[in-house]
Design a protein around this ligand. Structure first.
Ligand code: TXA
Ligand code: MG
Length: 324
């Protein structure tokens, strides 16, 4: 039986005791909810893979609450990464670093690197520090599905596969962390996220490099990811082909109602056209549309700058690049 408990100090303490005993616990972060286990306990980490049905070759992010923990997990920290974490930690930046031998191979899926981040959410920070160990945590959803931004979504996705869900309300940012890596003096973007490329470039005073990541290096970038149950398509132009006119369609709009056709349900990510607000609403609105038994979800593109890049990345994967 899964318990959903308010994330007060007593329950965070209870959760930390469970982490210490090798159990898995879902908890809020500022980006999305995570499903956590002691990063140094391979048996506990295995439970995460099992609960999510996540392939064993997809490595986890290790969450820390202080810089001592960083020393426990990473062998060295390149200068520019150091600069970036000083600015953006605690916060939604994940950095890929050479790993310490003590980290079990399962946590990093056999890679010689480890993805690390210090989250900003007070509940996450308290849970890690009370557990007194880095916590490995992917997003708390079944593999390939929508990332959860509240406790109820976690419950619906994982049901009785997790003993405890700490309910800390909706995640304030709503989209996953940005993942970067240093190589030969350059910073590479492995996953666009809530810290924008522009934010990073301001600090390092040079271009962030984008590249088609080899699958083994960021297996999270499978063709179908972040996917609702309902088929999702991206809107190409502003016309609905005839064969769709009888379908029950949910429309995910960026900033205003579509004028070119009528839809069963419409969700507007941000009436102000604010990408931050759009990111916060993104997964929640997809969950809502997904629960309405529609024939399909049609999503409008968002501007591809700042947070918009992260939203578009999720939309492209959720739709498997299928357009209408
Ligand atoms: O915001 C977030 O990052 C959330 C919260 C819970 O912190 N976590 C999250 O974890 O999004 P997950 O597992 O859903 O996505 C982690 C991504 C995966 O695509 C994985 O392949 C990649 O990080 N990753 C993990 N370790 C890596 C490594 N050593 N090198 C390259 N990519 C790595
Ligand atoms: Mg995920």
């Amino acid at each position: 039986m899964t318990k959903i408990l308010p994330a007060d100090l007593k329950n965070i303490y209870l959760a930390s005791e469970m982490i210490k005993k090798g159990k898995i616990v879902a908890f809020p972060t500022e980006t999305v909810y995570g499903l956590g286990a002691d990063a140094f306990n391979p048996t506990a980490v295995a439970l995460i893979f099992e609960a999510k049905r996540r392939p064993k070759f997809d490595p986890l992010i290790v969450h820390i609450s202080n810089y001592k923990m960083l020393e426990l997990v990473a062998k060295e920290i390149p200068k520019e990464i150091e600069k970036l974490i000083q600015i953006f930690w605690p916060g939604p930046l994940t950095v890929v670093l050479p790993k310490k031998d003590e980290i079990p191979a399962l946590t990093t899926a056999g890679l010689q690197t480890v993805a690390v981040r210090m989250p900003q959410h007070p509940v996450a920070l308290k849970l890690i520090s009370l557990s007194d160990t880095p916590i490995a945590a992917p997003s708390a959803n079944p593999f390939g599905k929508l990332s959860p931004t509240n406790a109820e979504q976690v419950y619906k996705g994982l049901k009785d596969k997790v003993d405890l869900i700490l309910d800390g309300g909706p995640s304030p940012i709503g989209i996953e962390s940005t993942i970067i890596k240093e190589e030969n003096g350059d910073i590479y973007l492995l996953r666009p996220g809530s810290i924008s490329i522009e934010d990073i470039e301001k600090i390092i005073e040079k271009k962030v490099r984008l590249r088609e990541i080899p699958k083994i290096e960021a297996p999270g970038s499978f063709p179908s990811h972040y996917a609702p149950q309902t088929p999702l398509f991206l809107l190409k132009g502003e016309k609905l082909p005839k064969e769709f006119s009888k379908k029950r369609i949910g429309f995910l709009a960026f900033s205003s109602k579509p004028k070119f056709a009528k839809f069963q349900e419409i969700r507007i990510l941000s009436k102000k056209g604010d990408l931050k607000e759009a990111a916060k609403n993104f997964f929640s609105y997809l969950y809502e549309l997904d629960s309405l038994n529609l024939d399909l979800i049609l999503a409008e593109k968002v501007p591809q700058k700042g947070l918009g890049l992260a939203i578009m990345d999720r939309l492209k994967k959720a739709s498997q690049n299928k357009f209408i």
